[in-house]
Write a protein that binds this ligand. Structure first.
Ligand code: CMP
Length: 143
Protein backbone atom coordinates (compact mmCIF):
# COMPACT_ATOMS: atom_id res chain seq x y z
CA UNK A 1 0.00 0.00 0.00
CA UNK A 2 1.14 3.51 -0.78
CA UNK A 3 2.08 6.22 1.68
CA UNK A 4 -0.44 9.00 1.13
CA UNK A 5 -1.12 12.47 2.45
CA UNK A 6 -4.57 13.76 3.16
CA UNK A 7 -5.98 17.05 4.42
CA UNK A 8 -8.00 16.90 7.59
CA UNK A 9 -9.76 19.74 9.40
CA UNK A 10 -10.98 19.72 12.98
CA UNK A 11 -13.97 22.00 12.45
CA UNK A 12 -15.12 24.82 14.77
CA UNK A 13 -17.43 22.46 16.73
CA UNK A 14 -14.53 20.06 17.41
CA UNK A 15 -12.30 22.91 18.61
CA UNK A 16 -15.16 24.24 20.78
CA UNK A 17 -15.68 20.77 22.32
CA UNK A 18 -11.96 20.46 23.22
CA UNK A 19 -11.47 17.22 21.31
CA UNK A 20 -8.42 18.29 19.27
CA UNK A 21 -6.08 16.04 21.27
CA UNK A 22 -8.51 13.11 21.27
CA UNK A 23 -8.88 13.25 17.47
CA UNK A 24 -5.14 13.49 16.82
CA UNK A 25 -4.60 10.62 19.27
CA UNK A 26 -7.00 8.43 17.27
CA UNK A 27 -4.98 9.11 14.12
CA UNK A 28 -1.68 8.39 15.85
CA UNK A 29 -2.97 5.15 17.40
CA UNK A 30 -3.91 4.07 13.86
CA UNK A 31 -0.30 4.68 12.76
CA UNK A 32 -1.21 7.85 10.90
CA UNK A 33 1.10 10.80 11.48
CA UNK A 34 0.78 14.59 11.52
CA UNK A 35 2.96 15.95 8.69
CA UNK A 36 1.77 19.56 9.13
CA UNK A 37 -0.66 21.35 11.42
CA UNK A 38 -1.92 24.85 12.25
CA UNK A 39 -4.88 26.58 13.84
CA UNK A 40 -6.63 29.13 11.63
CA UNK A 41 -9.83 31.16 11.62
CA UNK A 42 -10.92 31.06 7.98
CA UNK A 43 -12.25 34.10 6.17
CA UNK A 44 -15.42 33.79 4.07
CA UNK A 45 -13.30 33.83 0.90
CA UNK A 46 -10.98 31.09 2.20
CA UNK A 47 -13.89 28.82 3.19
CA UNK A 48 -15.70 29.44 -0.11
CA UNK A 49 -12.53 28.60 -2.02
CA UNK A 50 -11.94 25.42 -0.04
CA UNK A 51 -15.51 24.16 -0.53
CA UNK A 52 -15.94 25.47 -4.11
CA UNK A 53 -17.00 21.97 -5.31
CA UNK A 54 -20.13 22.42 -3.18
CA UNK A 55 -20.88 25.96 -4.38
CA UNK A 56 -24.18 24.95 -6.05
CA UNK A 57 -25.42 22.87 -3.10
CA UNK A 58 -28.29 24.21 -0.99
CA UNK A 59 -26.17 23.94 2.17
CA UNK A 60 -23.18 25.92 0.76
CA UNK A 61 -23.84 29.30 2.43
CA UNK A 62 -24.63 27.70 5.76
CA UNK A 63 -21.50 25.51 5.53
CA UNK A 64 -19.31 28.56 4.84
CA UNK A 65 -20.93 30.44 7.72
CA UNK A 66 -20.26 27.53 10.07
CA UNK A 67 -16.67 27.03 8.92
CA UNK A 68 -15.94 30.73 9.54
CA UNK A 69 -17.71 30.79 12.93
CA UNK A 70 -14.56 29.94 14.88
CA UNK A 71 -11.05 28.53 14.61
CA UNK A 72 -10.27 25.22 12.93
CA UNK A 73 -7.22 22.96 13.13
CA UNK A 74 -6.00 22.09 9.65
CA UNK A 75 -3.63 19.15 9.34
CA UNK A 76 -1.86 17.05 6.77
CA UNK A 77 -2.08 13.42 7.85
CA UNK A 78 0.38 10.96 6.38
CA UNK A 79 0.56 7.18 6.36
CA UNK A 80 -0.26 4.02 4.46
CA UNK A 81 -3.57 4.45 2.69
CA UNK A 82 -4.07 7.65 4.69
CA UNK A 83 -6.90 9.04 2.53
CA UNK A 84 -9.33 6.16 3.03
CA UNK A 85 -8.16 5.30 6.55
CA UNK A 86 -8.74 8.83 7.83
CA UNK A 87 -12.25 8.65 6.34
CA UNK A 88 -12.88 5.34 8.10
CA UNK A 89 -11.86 6.88 11.42
CA UNK A 90 -14.11 9.90 10.70
CA UNK A 91 -17.28 7.90 9.98
CA UNK A 92 -20.22 8.86 7.76
CA UNK A 93 -20.87 12.56 6.95
CA UNK A 94 -24.16 12.40 8.84
CA UNK A 95 -23.25 11.47 12.44
CA UNK A 96 -26.60 9.75 12.93
CA UNK A 97 -25.39 7.23 10.30
CA UNK A 98 -21.80 7.02 11.53
CA UNK A 99 -20.60 3.74 13.07
CA UNK A 100 -20.00 3.63 16.84
CA UNK A 101 -16.39 4.44 17.69
CA UNK A 102 -15.93 6.81 14.75
CA UNK A 103 -15.07 10.46 15.36
CA UNK A 104 -18.35 11.78 13.97
CA UNK A 105 -20.42 9.24 15.90
CA UNK A 106 -18.66 10.16 19.11
CA UNK A 107 -18.40 13.96 18.80
CA UNK A 108 -20.46 15.44 15.94
CA UNK A 109 -23.70 17.36 16.43
CA UNK A 110 -25.33 17.06 12.99
CA UNK A 111 -24.53 16.73 9.27
CA UNK A 112 -23.14 20.28 9.17
CA UNK A 113 -21.45 20.47 12.57
CA UNK A 114 -19.77 17.15 11.91
CA UNK A 115 -16.47 17.85 13.72
CA UNK A 116 -14.01 16.74 11.06
CA UNK A 117 -13.21 16.90 7.37
CA UNK A 118 -11.00 14.53 5.38
CA UNK A 119 -10.16 14.61 1.67
CA UNK A 120 -12.53 12.22 -0.12
CA UNK A 121 -9.97 10.89 -2.62
CA UNK A 122 -6.55 11.48 -4.20
CA UNK A 123 -7.84 14.25 -6.48
CA UNK A 124 -9.38 16.13 -3.56
CA UNK A 125 -6.22 15.64 -1.47
CA UNK A 126 -4.05 17.06 -4.25
CA UNK A 127 -6.16 20.24 -4.22
CA UNK A 128 -6.76 20.47 -0.46
CA UNK A 129 -3.25 19.84 0.93
CA UNK A 130 -1.59 22.73 -0.99
CA UNK A 131 -4.65 24.93 -0.35
CA UNK A 132 -3.42 25.29 3.23
CA UNK A 133 0.24 24.18 3.25
CA UNK A 134 3.28 24.92 1.16
CA UNK A 135 5.89 22.19 0.63
CA UNK A 136 8.24 23.80 3.14
CA UNK A 137 5.59 23.58 5.90
CA UNK A 138 5.27 19.79 5.63
CA UNK A 139 7.49 17.17 7.20
CA UNK A 140 8.21 14.34 4.81
CA UNK A 141 8.82 11.11 6.69
CA UNK A 142 9.73 9.41 3.41
CA UNK A 143 12.75 11.62 2.75
P1 CMP B 1 -17.12 17.70 4.75
O1 CMP B 1 -16.56 16.34 4.78
O2 CMP B 1 -16.32 18.80 5.30
O3 CMP B 1 -17.51 18.06 3.24
C1 CMP B 1 -18.56 18.94 2.90
C2 CMP B 1 -19.37 19.33 4.07
O4 CMP B 1 -20.65 19.82 3.76
C3 CMP B 1 -19.66 18.09 4.93
O5 CMP B 1 -18.51 17.66 5.56
C4 CMP B 1 -20.75 18.62 5.83
O6 CMP B 1 -20.23 19.40 6.89
C5 CMP B 1 -21.49 19.53 4.86
N1 CMP B 1 -22.69 18.86 4.35
C6 CMP B 1 -22.74 17.80 3.53
N2 CMP B 1 -24.01 17.48 3.26
C7 CMP B 1 -24.77 18.36 3.93
C8 CMP B 1 -26.16 18.54 4.06
N3 CMP B 1 -27.04 17.75 3.44
N4 CMP B 1 -26.60 19.54 4.85
C9 CMP B 1 -25.70 20.35 5.48
N5 CMP B 1 -24.35 20.22 5.38
C10 CMP B 1 -23.91 19.23 4.63
Amino acid sequence: MAIERTLSIIKPDGVEKDVIGEIISRFEKADLHVAAMKMIHMSKEQAEGFYYVHKDKPFFNSLVEFMTSGPCVVMVIEGEDAISRVRELMGATDPSKAAPGTIRHDFATDIEKNTIHGSDGPEAASFEVPYFFSKIEMVNSEE
